[in-house]
Design a protein around this ligand. Structure first.
Ligand code: PEP
Ligand code: MN
Length: 360
C-alpha cells in the first residue's frame, strides 16, 4: 500500500474545522438508551454515533451485546439526529447485517485485527462496497499486524480507510488499561501520513479521569480524530462503565482541548521554533557522543572481565545503578518509567558490546 491521498477523501469530505469526533456508548443496551445518548450528543462536536452491538468479552458470562436488533436503534438514531453511525464488525455475517441496516462506518476491533484469517474474510465480504472502515490496533504491540489488516482491506478495494489507536495489552499493570505506546502510532503516521489516525482514549485509559489528557496528547501529535465512549449514566453502563463519560463532559472536553495547527506562518514563531530545534539537534548529538563514549568504557570492562573469565552480567551492580539513576532522574524531572526504559536499553547495548569482546 503506497501512501495515497485518496485515503483521506472520506474524512476531508466532512469539511470539519475540528478533529473528527466519534462518540456513543460502549454497547447499545436498549433503544431508549441509544436514542437518549444520540440526542444528548446532538449539541456536541460528534459527527458519528458509535455503539457496540456484538461485544467481544474476554471471558464468557458477561453481557455480549444485543445483537442485530441494535442496528435498528442506530438507524433510528441516525434518522432522528442526522448523525452518522458506526459499529464493530467481527465476521462476514456482521458485515452483511451492518450493510443491510445502512451503518455508515464499520470498525474492526483489536481482537479482530490480530487474526489475518478473519480480517481477510471481512475484507472479502466488503469487496465492491464503498464503506468507510476503521481498523483498531491489534491487542499486542505489533505495527505490521495493524498495517497488514489495513492492507488486506485496501487490496479488497476498500479505499475509505482509517486507523484507531486504542492501546496495547501488557502483562504488567500500569495506570492504563492498555498501554498507549505512542511511538507505534507515530511510526504508522510517519509511514502513511494520509491515513486518518483516530485516538480511542477510552480503551487506553480504562478510567474516565485521564480521558482529557490522552485526547490533548493526541491533538498535540496531529491525530485526525477521537473516538470516545459516552453514556448518559456511565456508572450504570452494561460494559466498560469506569471509562465512559457523559455527553456533557465530552462537550466540555472538546471546549477545553487545544487544537493545534500543524504549521504556523508567523515569522517570529518559525524563528523561535528553528532555534529550539537547532538546540535539540545539538543536545541529541551530544547524547550520541556520550553513548559512544560509554560503550567504549564497556568494551574496556569486557576486556578486563575476559582476562579474568568473569561473567558479563553482574546483577547486583546493575540493580544498584538502576536504583541510583531513578532517584537522580527524579531530581531532574525525569519519570521513573523513562529512566528504566532508557537504562535498560543502555545496559542491553553494553552487554552486546561486552559479549562481542568475550567471543572475539
Ligand atoms: C469497543 O470499542 O467497545 C471495543 C470493544 O474496543 P476494542 O476492540 O478496542 O477492545
Ligand atoms: Mn468498550
Amino acid at each position: 500500500m503506497e501512501n495515497k491521498k485518496e485515503l483521506r477523501n472520506w474524512l476531508d469530505d466532512f469539511k470539519l474545522d475540528h478533529p473528527l469526533v466519534i462518540a456513543g456508548p460502549c454497547s447499545a443496551e436498549t433503544e431508549e438508551q441509544v436514542l437518549k445518548i444520540a440526542h444528548q450528543l446532538k449539541d456536541s462536536d460528534a459527527t458519528v454515533l458509535r455503539a457496540g452491538i456484538w461485544k467481544p468479552r474476554t471471558r464468557p458470562g458477561n453481557f455480549e451485546g444485543v445483537g442485530a436488533l441494535g442496528l435498528k436503534w442506530l438507524k433510528k438514531a441516525k434518522e432522528e439526529t442526522g448523525m452518522l453511525t458506526t459499529t464493530e464488525v467481527a465476521n462476514p455475517h456482521h458485515v452483511d447485517l451492518a450493510l443491510e441496516n445502512d451503518i455508515d462506518i464499520l470498525w474492526l476491533g483489536a481482537r479482530t485485527t490480530v487474526s489475518p484469517f478473519i480480517v481477510q474474510e471481512i475484507a472479502d465480504a466488503l469487496k465492491g462496497t464503498d464503506k468507510t472502515v476503521l481498523v483498531k490496533n491489534p491487542v499486542n504491540p505489533d505495527l505490521s499486524l495493524w498495517l497488514g489488516a489495513v492492507e488486506r482491506l485496501y487490496t479488497a478495494d476498500i479505499k475509505n480507510l482509517g486507523v484507531i489507536h486504542r492501546g496495547f495489552s501488557a502483562y504488567e499493570k500500569t495506570k492504563y488499561r492498555n498501554n498507549p505506546e505512542w511511538q507505534i502510532a507515530i511510526e504508522l503516521q510517519n509511514k502513511f501520513p494520509d491515513l486518518p489516525l483516530i485516538l480511542d482514549p477510552s480503551h487506553i485509559a480504562g478510567r474516565r479521569d485521564i480521558i482529557f489528557d490522552l485526547c490533548q496528547t493526541a491533538l498535540d501529535l496531529n491525530y485526525d480524530g477521537l473516538m470516545v465512549e459516552t453514556h448518559h449514566t456511565p456508572d450504570d453502563a452494561w460494559s466498560d462503565a469506569a471509562q465512559q463519560i457523559t455527553p456533557a463532559r465530552l462537550i466540555q472536553i472538546m471546549k477545553d482541548l487545544k487544537i493545534r495547527k500543524e504549521v504556523s506562518e508567523s515569522e517570529e514563531f518559525q524563528n523561535k521554533l528553528s532555534n529550539l530545534r537547532a538546540r535539540i539537534d545539538v543536545a541529541d548529538n551530544t547524547l550520541i557522543e556520550l553513548m559512544a563514549k560509554r560503550m567504549k568504557i564497556s568494551d574496556e570492562i569486557g576486556r578486563v572481565k575476559k582476562s579474568q573469565n568473569v561473567s558479563v552480567l553482574q546483577t547486583k551492580r546493575w540493580n544498584e545503578i538502576l536504583g541510583k539513576m531513578v532517584l537522580e532522574g527524579e531530581q531532574h524531572g525525569l519519570s521513573e518509567e523513562f529512566i528504566l526504559r532508557l537504562f535498560k536499553a543502555v545496559h542491553q547495548e553494553s552487554i552486546n558490546h561486552q559479549e562481542k569482546i568475550m567471543k572475539s
